[in-house]
Design a protein around this ligand. Structure first.
Ligand SMILES: [Fe+2]
Length: 343
């Protein structure tokens, strides 16, 4: 089956089922995504099978691919002006299609749609848009972003933070749903297998050891500090991890340092890793209605410069996270909203 057939299947299912929900039913559906998925699981799996794919096959494919682009996974028409803040997501058929597509695809992959209480007040879906006004936050929202994994200081799935074991794993997948991208700003993806191909065994060994300091990324800084009582810093951590699903990565160009700046071998490994990221970068240009699944363990991602346009017809993506929660402990969730993970 092709990715466009799969995208058609998602789009049709949403139009036939989810789009018909009344406003109140919709709010209930999307604010409890795990329950929503349980209601849809049988029907959506049947729809996938009619397109020639089982949910298990889709899950394996998603977990192994650095990224997956589903072109036209939701109908995207009748948009209002682009929002000027992370939240709220305007409730219109196009955004409903985007959100439902995320919940369904995540569910079929054995993942829950999740957020972290420490980021954007725990919002499950956020607008990625240029923010108005002067100041660092607005400037950042216009700027290019170097390669990173999201929630890079959070543990790999199946492991715990050495100091704060309540911290939930970083997401498996970052979902980007495109509403507007008139300037064709590319999302960049750096597949881990291609990065590893360019590293010497010695560099890879260093990166598997406790040799890098990772600090909380911008959107997580304040929230993690509030929850943990201190800034979240992994003071000497591996950025590569070998587990049952292969080699995984976590990294942030902007918030990482060698643990020992006098350790020439570690300094070189970090710099060779960053050079490899640059060399293998692929560019994906999202069009309205596209759903991009970024594998947050087998790729880094970033973006080109967005530019100063705010509101109106400026760039507008919606972002959410998927995580296989089968090993997530109760204490790693917030008690009120189960889909909001700690911190
Ligand atoms: Fe990101």
């Amino acid at each position: 089956m092709t990715l466009s057939l799969l995208a058609d299947c998602v789009c049709r299912y949403v139009a036939q089922r989810i789009a018909l929900l009344g406003p109140k039913e919709w709010v209930e559906w999307v604010s409890a995504p795990a329950e929503a998925w349980l209601e849809e699981a049988a029907g959506f799996q049947r729809a996938l099978e009619e397109c020639g794919l089982t949910a298990a096959e889709l899950s394996t494919y998603v977990r192994n691919s650095p990224y997956l682009l589903l072109p036209g996974a939701f109908q995207c028409a009748g948009l209002p002006a682009t929002p000027q803040d992370w939240t709220p997501i305007p409730d219109i058929p196009a955004t409903r299609g985007a959100l439902a597509a995320v919940v369904l695809v995540a569910g079929a992959c054995g993942m829950e749609t999740v957020s972290y209480g420490a980021e954007n007040e725990g919002a499950l879906f956020v607008n990625l848009v240029t923010l108005p006004g002067p100041g660092a936050i607005s400037e950042k929202s216009q700027a290019a972003m170097k390669g990173h994994t999201d929630a890079a200081t959070f543990p790999f799935r199946g492991t715990r933070d050495p100091e704060f074991p309540r911290i939930a794993p970083a997401p498996d997948v970052v979902f980007l749903a495109a509403l507007r991208n008139g300037e064709a700003v590319p999302t960049s993806v750096m597949p881990l297998p291609n990065i590893l191909d360019r590293l010497s065994p010695e560099d890879a060994r260093i990166l598997r050891g406790p040799n890098i300091v990772l600090s909380a990324q911008r959107t997580f800084v304040k929230g993690t500090e509030r929850a943990l009582g201190e800034k979240h810093v992994l003071d000497g951590a591996p950025v590569l991890h070998d587990g049952p699903e292969g080699t995984w990565v976590r990294y942030t160009h902007s918030q990482s340092l060698p643990f020992d700046e006098n350790d020439a071998v570690a300094v070189a490994a970090k710099s060779n890793f960053e050079a490899a990221c640059l060399a293998v970068t692929e560019h994906v240009v999202l069009k309205p209605g596209d759903l991009l699944l970024l594998n947050n363990r087998k790729a880094l991602h970033g973006r080109s410069k967005v530019g100063p346009a705010v509101g109106g017809e400026s760039r507008w993506l919606i972002r959410s996270y998927g995580l296989d929660c089968s090993e997530v402990a109760e204490e790693q969730r917030h008690s009120g909203n189960r889909h909001t993970l700690y911190p």
